[in-house]
Structure formats: C-alpha cells, structure tokens
Unconditional design. Structure first.
Length: 117
C-alpha cells in the first residue's frame, strides 16, 4: 500500500537543498518519514511494503506474526546514515566558511550521531 501524496524518499534531499531555509536535518527527515507512514485500517499499526509474493499468514497465527514483526522491525526505523553521503556531496558544492556550509556541517554531525545511536 502506498501513500499517494508522498510515495518516494528518493527526492527528499533534493527538496531539502532546494529550500531556502535549511531546517534541522533530523527534523526534516523525521517529518518526511512521518508523511510516508501507512497505517493498517484494522489494527492502526504501521504497515511496511513487502514483496508482491509475500505470503500473508492467517490472522490467528500469533507466533508467525510475532516472527514477522521481529524480522521486519528494522524496516520501521529511519536509517540516518544514508543521508550522510548526500550532505558530504552538498558540502563540496558550497563555499567553505559560508553560513550554508556551517549549517551543513552541523547537520552532518547530527546525522552522524543519529546513525551511531
């Protein structure tokens, strides 16, 4: 199931760098991921995208569902490390010592801290 309004994170950083106000990168990424969440209409839990041939077990198979939840739980977490490379590339484009460069360096440090926690 896809959220039709925001179904792609691939352009997330392009939008971030195109914006005039470079807000805190962690807040920006978290907001973007919140918009992408799809919620189950029955149980109200967050859903994740799986392969088309994923075999859905019967609802009564609690043990199987617990195993699935454990296996896919990492997909529900934001991987901040993937945004670090984008920031490094963007830092190379801006003038060293500029206000924008300083903001990018601060955000880079925040991404590094979040990816290591």
């Amino acid at each position: 199931m896809k959220n039709p309004e925001n179904d792609n994170l691939s352009n997330l950083m392009d939008k971030y760098y195109a914006s005039e106000s470079k807000e805190d990168i962690i807040l920006y990424v978290n907001k973007a991921h919140q918009k992408l969440k799809a919620t189950c209409p029955n149980c109200q839990h967050q859903m994740i995208q799986v392969h088309y041939d994923f075999e859905v077990p019967p609802q009564r198979k609690d043990k199987t569902w617990a195993e699935i939840k454990e296996r896919f739980s990492s997909k529900l977490k934001i991987e901040y490390a993937i945004y670090i490379q984008w920031h490094i590339l963007e830092l190379k484009k801006v003038e060293s010592g500029s206000k924008e460069s300083e903001m990018l360096r601060i955000n880079l440090k925040k991404l590094d801290v979040m990816s290591n926690s």
